[in-house]
Design a protein. Structure first.
Length: 230
């Protein structure tokens, strides 16, 4: 009996050890096991906070019901702040904080979340200062300019509608095979009344292979948007 108990404990410890490393948590995120990934990432401490923030934001965006979205974006914000404290020179930490605040603003409504606008801008600029080729930050900053200018409050924060397309073009040039960049670009183009260009971006997105859970969800969104535009 003792032998079986010891064996069981050994298997459990091995399983925990395998789960509790950044690569394993990243794989969980890629597979869409987002709540579990968040929990495992927190157990990693400093090396896991960026992943915890990412998992929380993904869960809020892809899986959570409306009643729990806000609390999960709060979790993402908290983890991202811890990641910044752990490593102030990590661009991904600032990106995750910007993502959490940006998505939270979208969820609440941009006009009800203007206090977050400066945070999103400042954190994205920090990302690009640390990593000028961060395509995700360029996409997010383009969306920031678009949201604020179209809501008529861009002048309050220095948002410029003329930056939207150039930032997206830089992003897709850096990462042409990233599905979400194409889908977000298409969304922006549609809002700018450039329907034909939006369709091209969506068709390109749909030609790309889905490698992760997020990719699959983004392709579903691309299909819906393409149907609406045609």
């Amino acid at each position: 009996m003792k032998r079986w108990i010891a064996l069981g404990v050994g298997v459990w410890v091995l399983g925990m050890a395998l789960a509790q490393n950044p690569a394993a948590v990243e794989k969980m995120i890629e597979e869409g096991k987002l709540q579990a990934a968040y929990t495992e990432a927190l157990m990693l401490g400093n090396s896991g906070y960026v992943l915890a923030a990412k998992a929380a934001s993904y869960y809020a965006g892809y899986q959570a019901g409306d009643k729990e979205k806000g609390s999960w974006y709060d979790r993402a914000e908290e983890a991202a702040k811890k990641a910044i404290q752990a490593d102030p020179d990590n661009p991904e930490a600032y990106f995750e904080l910007a993502r959490a605040h940006g998505r939270l603003a979208q969820f609440r409504g941009i006009l009800d979340s203007l206090n977050l606008a400066s945070s999103v801008r400042d954190n994205l600029n920090k990302v690009l200062k640390l990593n000028p080729k961060h395509a995700g930050a360029k996409v997010a900053l383009a969306l920031w300019h678009l949201e604020l200018t179209q809501k008529g409050v861009g002048w309050l924060y220095g948002a410029n509608g003329g930056q939207v397309v150039p930032l997206f073009e830089e992003a897709v040039k850096l990462e042409p095979q990233t599905i979400i960049h194409r889908v977000e670009y298409a969304t922006a183009l549609a809002r700018l009344n450039r329907k034909a260009d939006a369709v091209k971006q969506l068709e390109y997105a749909l030609s790309l292979p889905a490698k992760t859970y997020a990719d699959r969800k983004d392709l579903e969104r691309a299909k819906r948007q393409l149907e609406e535009l045609k």
